[in-house]
Design a protein around this ligand. Structure first.
Ligand code: NAD
Length: 499
């Protein structure tokens, strides 16, 4: 296959990107640029423009112009569906190229990038269906002289600010849902991982998306992200990132009382009961920890295991963690990817040290691994953790698992819910009653039973507590980006008030 050969090695030269407004590419020109060094290979791979507030103004104006022109909002849902299906088809055709650049910038294993690109196509296909079936309500119950309808309409211009850990799939979990009802969008990808969001502009254009509907401005959070969040002509902000930045975005969005959807951090429990299939649970725990090298909002970073099986389960987890393949991220066999930045690496290792200071034991890992010139951290298990330790409360965002034990189901839930976050939770048991009670009791927007990090386009995702506001995905994900209008229509001659 020709495309496999073409994307098999790290390129010799840095790929420089401009930014994309109103259907045309702009050069970085006199703006500063930022070079991205691949975390998996230690080589410079891309460079992006550090856009300015004026660039954001221009992008928002283009999005507004397209929205007013109704080139997208004004066409039928079936026509929007045709474009979204075309987008999915082109994603599949260019999957290898997209996966390659995703791996270079993020440091995730190529097998994972390929899976994420394929999943992304599924979101565009799913939203093609909703673009055609989105509807409101009719009220034929108001009596003979009144009829009521509730309609949904696109909110207008959406500002979309994304993180570095899943650039293309996070975009896919939001963009088609935004586009389905007819909105225009200004996207700011993370400054570290902008490539696939930028490349996507050409794919959307090829599929027939009208100019001005998708605009990309690159650059830093405090300049470009802040400008989008504050912008008075942006109707809604969709932010995915850390809880701390989410707070700043929410404050900035008050400038014009934008609608806001926030997908934030997590410290997600893996509750393992003694009656679980412990082999399956150990495998799930290892996957939940090491997927995306633990740099995942729903990473299963708190292992809450029943005391009576704790020792046996620890041995099973250690065995799994010792056999995870760390290596060249372009090798399809590699399972554990790189850490996104030096700063993130220091932060993770700092937490391991903190855990020891707090009284935990490093049962495995806690060290860096040098492969292919990249920056990796070995899967790490901290045992003897209490839920009041900082390592158990704060999002480490690396492959560091904190093991805590419990003696009753009630205590397990208490520990699981004693967290400022409420994003994901996994429950491992073969007792259906126990599973249902735990599922009901746990405070998490996404809950898995005997599995972890499963998902797809149909079901909504989002967080309880400080893990976010609103839901992405599913029908709710499209509705999130609409305004609701309640309409009363009088039938016949009015009964006069002034007589
Ligand atoms: P981050 O908060 O540092 O950055 C996210 C985005 O916000 C980036 O594009 C950044 O440039 C921008 N930004 C930074 N400061 C800003 C400001 N003042 N105003 C506006 N924008 C600003 O997060 P990150 O480090 O890129 O990503 C990791 C975090 O994202 C983790 O906390 C993770 O849990 C979370 N996350 C959540 C989900 C979810 O669905 N809940 C998904 C992926 C990641």
């Amino acid at each position: 296959m020709e495309h496999v050969t073409a994307f098999a090695a790290v390129p010799e030269t840095v790929r420089a990107f401009g930014f994309f407004i109103d259907g045309t590419w702009r050069d970085a020109a006199e703006r500063e640029t930022m070079v991205r060094r691949s975390p998996a290979f230690g080589r410079d791979v891309t460079s992006v423009a550090l856009c300015t507030r004026a660039d954001v103004d221009e992008a928002v104006a283009a999005a507004r112009k397209a929205f007013r022109a109704r080139s997208w909002a004004g066409i039928g849902g079936a026509d929007r569906a045709a474009v979204l299906l075309g987008v999915a088809r082109i994603i599949r055709q260019r999957a290898e190229e997209l996966a390659f650049w995703e791996t270079l910038e993020t440091g995730k294993p190529i097998s994972q990038s390929r899976a994420e690109i394929a999943d992304a196509a599924g979101h565009y296909e799913y939203c093609a269906g909703i673009a055609q079936s989105l509807s409101g309500e009719a009220f034929n119950t108001h009596g003979d002289d009144m009829f009521g309808v509730v309609t949904r309409e696109p909110v207008g211009v959406v500002g979309l600010i994304n993180p570095w850990n899943f650039p293309f799939i996070v975009l896919a979990e939001r963009l088609p849902y935004i586009l389905a009802s007819g909105n225009s969008v200004v996207v700011k990808p993370s400054e570290m991982t902008s490539a696939t969001t930028l490349m996507f502009a050409d794919l959307l254009k090829e599929a027939g998306l009208p100019d001005g509907v998708y605009n990309v401005v690159t650059g830093t959070g405090p300049v470009v992200g802040q400008a989008i969040a504050e912008h008075r002509d942006v109707d809604m902000i969709s932010f995915t990132g850390s809880t701390r930045t989410g707070e700043a975005v929410l404050k900035a969005s008050a400038s014009n009382f934008k609608k806001a959807s926030l997908e934030l951090g997590g410290k997600n429990p893996q509750i393992v009961f003694a009656d679980a299939d412990l082999d399956d649970a150990a495998d799930g725990v290892a996957f939940g920890l090491c997927f995306n090298a633990g740099q995942c909002c729903v990473s299963g970073s708190r292992l809450i295991v029943e005391e009576t099986v704790a020792e046996r389960f620890q041995a099973l987890v250690l065995d799994k963690l010792s056999r995870i393949r760390i290596g060249d991220c372009l090798d399809p066999e590699t399972q554990l990817g790189a850490i996104v930045s030096d700063q993130q690496c220091e932060k993770i290792l700092g937490y391991v040290k903190l855990g020891e200071e707090e009284g935990a034991t490093v049962a495995c890992g806690g060290n860096t691994v040098a492969v292919s010139g990249g920056r990796f951290i070995a899967p790490t298990l901290l045992t003897g953790v209490r839920n009041d330790m900082r390592v158990a409360r704060e999002e480490i965002f690396g492959p560091v698992l904190c093991m805590i034990t419990f003696s009753t189901a009630g205590e397990a839930l208490e520990i699981a819910n004693d967290s400022p976050y409420g994003l994901g939770a996994s429950i491992w048991t073969k007792d259906i009653d126990k599973a249902l009670r735990a599922m009901r009791g746990v405070q998490a927007g996404r809950t898995w039973v005997n599995t972890t990090i499963a998902g797809g386009p149909g079901q909504p995702v989002g967080g309880f507590k400080q893990s976010g506001i609103g839901r992405e995905g599913g029908r709710m994900g499209v509705e999130e980006y609409t305004e609701v209008k309640s309409v009363h229509i009088a039938i016949g001659k009015r009964k006069h008030w002034v007589t």
